[in-house]
Design a binder for this molecule. Structure first.
Ligand code: ADP
Length: 207
């Protein structure tokens, strides 16, 4: 039996996170390891209601701090109701985005003070950190290209700039939290990336 493990996936939009999360969940199933997937924002009724508020106002007049508070409020409910109890019962929990997304998007992208966000995150997560954070790294151009399936004329310049700042922030976070961050070149094949991820998890389990 595998001891409980909390794994998060991070990276800019289009980096290949969902692809890897899916491959990893299939792998756990094949190996008969109980694993739970959580996606932010959402995952509990309260978190879903907060998600509605976030999405309805996404392009409207929501203040950046409100966005950060709502994101972390949703995370607090998910952490308390789902993540912590599952980890305590020995289940592996895989999070498609967790606290580092706040630091990268609201911190880097929207320029909010990182010190505030780190504290807010710790408060929201009952100071829970992932055991391993896989940062799938691609350039903003590559992420955009993948999201738009090659139709590059629809990409707004501001969109790419934003993704670029978010990526730079992730690179900074990988240095800040080098104990748990594993940076993977997202331009490798999905199979190769999965292999690295699985090997890392195996090594962690055996250490
Ligand atoms: P994310 O969840 O990070 O936004 P996705 O997993 O949805 O990214 O992938 C975005 C697109 O890139 C999809 O069309 C997917 O098939 C493709 N893709 C995923 N991983 C890779 C990879 N390693 N190399 C090339 N293309 C990839």
């Amino acid at each position: 039996m595998m001891q409980s493990l909390f794994i998060s996936f991070e990276g800019i939009d289009g980096c290949g996170k969902s692809t890897q999360v899916k491959m990893l969940m299939n792998r756990f199933e094949k190996e008969s390891i109980t694993a739970l997937l959580v996606r932010e924002p959402g995952g509990t009724q309260i978190s879903e209601e907060i998600r509605d508020v976030l999405l309805k106002n996404r392009n409207d007049k929501m203040a950046e701090r409100t966005e950060a508070l709502l994101m972390t409020a949703s995370r607090a409910q998910l952490t308390k109701d789902i993540i912590i109890p599952n980890l305590e019962s020995g289940t592996v929990v895989v999070a498609d985005r967790f606290k580092d997304s706040t630091l990268a998007y609201q911190g880097g992208g929207r320029g909010l003070d990182l010190n505030y966000l780190v504290k807010l995150n710790d408060f929201a997560t009952y100071e829970l950190d992932p055991d391993i954070t896989f940062f799938i790294d691609v350039t903003a151009d590559e992420g955009n290209r993948r999201r738009n399936s090659g139709i590059s004329d629809r990409i707004e310049k501001a969109g790419i700039d934003f993704q670029h700042i978010v990526r730079e922030q992730y690179i900074k976070l990988a240095h800040m939290y080098d104990q748990r961050f594993v940076t993977i070149d997202g331009t490798l094949s999905p199979e190769n990336i999965h292999k690295t991820i699985w090997t890392t998890i195996q090594n962690r389990k055996n250490s």
